[in-house]
Each structure stands twice: as C-alpha cells, then as structure tokens.
Design a protein around this ligand. Structure first.
Ligand SMILES: CCCCC/C=C/CC(=O)SCCNC(=O)CCNC(=O)[C@H](O)C(C)(C)COP(=O)(O)OP(=O)(O)OC[C@H]1O[C@@H](n2cnc3c(N)ncnc32)[C@H](O)[C@@H]1OP(=O)(O)O
Length: 358
C-alpha cells in the first residue's frame, strides 16, 4: 500500500521524536527523500566546495534523480518507521520493514553472529533478478544499514551466484517495453545507489557463476570471496546492452582499461582465478572448503569494532561517492535507450524463445 500524505506527515512528526541520533548518513537520506517528496527532483545550483554541509545535502537530494514524488514519500515513511521513536515502536517498525523484505521468497535475509546475510534464493532460475527482487534488495540494504550487524554479506542459493537481470523483466511487463525501460532505469538507479551509499562493510560470497549485473556490482563491494567454481561474465554487447552498476568507472580502475574492455565490450568470461588476478576478487577458495573457510573468516571479521570499520569505509568511499552517483545516472540513461534498441530487443527475444543462451 502506498504511503498517504497523512502517513508522510506522521512520519515527519516521528522524526522529531527520535530519541537516538540516527547518524549523518540517515539524516542526509531523510533530507533528500523529504525534498524529493515535496519539491521533486533537485533543482538547486550545486553549493561550492567549501560549503560542506549544504554540498552533502545537495548531493544526497541530487542522487535521487527523477525518483517519483510518491516513491520518495513512501521511502521516507519506510525509513522513519525503521528508526522509530520508542523502543516499542522501534521494534515494531523494524519488524514491519523486515517482514516486507522477508515476504519475498526470492530474497532471504537473516542476521546472526554480527552478520546480516542477504541470500538470492531463486535457484531454479539461477537466481536471476526480477523487478521485485531489486526492490527487496533495496529494502534489505536499508534495513541492514541500521541494524545491529557489523557486516553485510550477499550470496546465492544453488549452483549459481546469480545469472543477472531476469531477461523476462522486459518482455512480461504489462505496459510493454517502453514502460519497462522507464521503470527499469528508475529502479536500477535507486538499486545501485543503495550499494554506493551502503555504510557498512559489504562482502560478496560468490558461490558459483555470476553474470551481468551480479558481476558489475562487485566493483562496489568491499571484499569478494569466490569459490573456484565461480565464473564472471558480462555479455553486454551480446545482449545489445551497456555496462551498469558503475562498472564503466570501477572496472577500468580495478583492472586497467585493456582488461576492462575485454570484459565489458567483448564479453570475455573470467574464471575465479583470472578475476582474482585482475583485482575483482579478493580471494579464491577450493569449492570443497569454500563455505566453511569463508564463513569462519567472516564471523571473525564481524567481531571487529563496527564503528571503526564504518568510519574506515566512509573515508575510502567518500573519495569517490559523487563520481559514482554521476556514473550511475549516466549509465542508467544510456541503458534506458539501449533496452529499446533493435539489438537488445532481438537478443532478449532470442533468449526467451530459447534460440540463444550465453
Ligand atoms: C531494474 C532492471 C535492471 C536491469 C539491469 C541490467 C542488467 C544486465 C544484465 O544482468 S545482463 C545479463 C543477463 N543474463 C543473461 O543473459 C543470462 C541468461 N541465461 C543464460 O544464458 C543461461 O540460462 C545460463 C548460462 C545462465 C544458465 O544456463 P543453463 O543451461 O545452466 O541453465 P538454464 O538456461 O536451463 O536455466 C535454468 C532456468 O533459469 C532461467 N534463467 C537463467 N538465467 C535467466 C535470466 N537471466 N533471465 C531469465 N531466466 C533465466 C532459464 O530460462 C531456465 O528457465 P526454465 O527452466 O523455465 O527454462
């Protein structure tokens, strides 16, 4: 159910009653959502470099791009209910938010031993990402950013980590390709923004092959552990598409432009060891001991002082946050046009009609 104007006003009042300071990141997000919900997309000139506070506010608002006012209103209400003023309301608000994420059987979120685990759980479709899963992940990350865990981990159920975007997202949309492309660009931008802005250490446990956006997103993770059965494939040209998740910026930076070109333009599939040699993967483990070794290690990391880890991540990420948001916006605009191109429509139709696979 969409948040009404009354819900929005209640949420604004709730913010004033917060007993605990939710931290600067959350306050910026609240400000941005409030401005987007009331004024629409950012229309202010960018403050100067020395006007640090207003610049941060402007960046937070501007990063929401063309997010519709109603969605911003809903996101504001959801965010406030996850913070909530009293312990009672807090646990209830959190519970409701968690329930929303948990309702999806395709994304399973658990929290234990200081680790929030977000599991892609659609093994019969190789964990391909539906529109609903993108939304559920945005919500799960939002919850994880304020929960008690020290680190957040993504992994997949079954033999695949994730086969990327569900190619039927575009063919099965009720309003046709045009509407799906417009919706896709808005959802993708918000989805990638939630990785750019995620404040805690984010780790990928890549249990098997990764395709498309499941690979490109890795450039926004803080550590990537891979089974030696994993592969890394970004067949964008084969699909008549272009890179996303800031990979047009992160991949050349991580591996150099010659290697990035082989992946992003020519669709070269890498083994886990090749991906490690190119700096995309932190460490590769034999598949037989992968789960045991990785989770033992992560449980140890989750005992480290959480605030220290957050602050160190903030120092690293803040160097390029603005750039990442700009790259994300440009990639989404480019993709929206590509999704409507003949090259892309043909590639998707060939997959759906079983004429082509990777
Ligand atoms: C908000 C929108 C954001 C959009 C962001 C854009 C991102 C870009 C990308 O992510 S591009 C990458 C897209 N992914 C692909 O092109 C992969 C397509 N899949 C395949 O080529 C193959 O399925 C495979 C190589 C991943 C696995 O092959 P295998 O033979 O081992 O298995 P099956 O093909 O039989 O797969 C089992 C069932 O899973 C379905 N499936 C797999 N991947 C996808 C997918 N990406 N989209 C939709 N469906 C997928 C497959 O169709 C089988 O279903 P079935 O059992 O009903 O036939």
């Amino acid at each position: 159910m969409r948040a009404s104007q009354q819900d929005f006003e209640n949420a604004m009042n709730q913010v004033k009653l917060l007993k605990q300071d939710p931290g600067n990141q959350v306050k910026l997000k609240l400000y941005a959502l409030y401005k987007q919900a009331t004024d629409g997309p950012c229309n202010m000139p960018k403050p100067g470099v020395f006007d640090l506070v207003n610049k941060a506010k402007w960046e937070a608002w501007n990063s929401l791009g063309s997010l519709p006012k109603e969605t911003a209103r809903q996101n504001y209400v959801d965010l406030v209910s996850s913070l909530s003023p009293s312990a009672e309301a807090s646990s209830q608000g959190k519970h409701e938010a968690d329930e929303k994420a948990q309702k999806s059987k395709d994304i399973v979120v658990t929290s234990e031993d200081g680790i929030t685990k977000i599991v892609l759980n659609r093994p019969t479709k190789k964990n391909a990402l539906t529109f609903e899963m993108y939304q559920d992940i945005i919500l799960a990350l939002k919850n994880a950013s304020t929960d008690n865990s020290a680190i957040t981990v993504f992994t997949g159920t079954g033999d695949y980590y994730c086969s990327g975007n569900d190619l039927t997202n575009f063919t099965s949309a009720a309003g046709g390709m045009e509407e799906a492309a417009s919706k896709g660009a808005v959802v993708l931008r918000e989805f990638v923004n939630s990785f750019i802005d995620f404040p805690k250490p984010l780790v990928a446990v890549v249990n098997g092959p990764a395709v498309g956006i499941a690979v490109t997103l890795l450039g926004l993770f803080d550590a990537v552990y891979a089974s030696d059965k994993a592969t890394f494939h970004t067949p964008f040209s084969h699909l008549g598409q272009s890179p996303e998740a800031c990979s047009s910026y992160t991949f050349p930076k991580i591996m150099g432009s010659a290697k990035a070109t082989e992946m992003l333009l020519f669709g070269k599939k890498l083994t886990a060891r090749e991906a490690w040699a190119q700096g995309l993967v932190s460490e590769v483990f034999p598949d037989s001991t992968f789960e045991k070794e990785v989770w033992t290690r992560l449980k140890g990391y989750a005992k480290l002082p959480p605030n220290s880890m957050r602050i160190s991540k903030e120092l690293i990420r803040n160097n390029e946050k603005e750039k990442l948001h700009a790259v994300n916006a440009e990639e989404c605009t480019t993709l929206k046009a590509k999704w409507l191109s003949e090259e892309c429509i043909n590639a998707i139709m060939n997959f759906v009609s079983r004429k082509a696979k990777l």
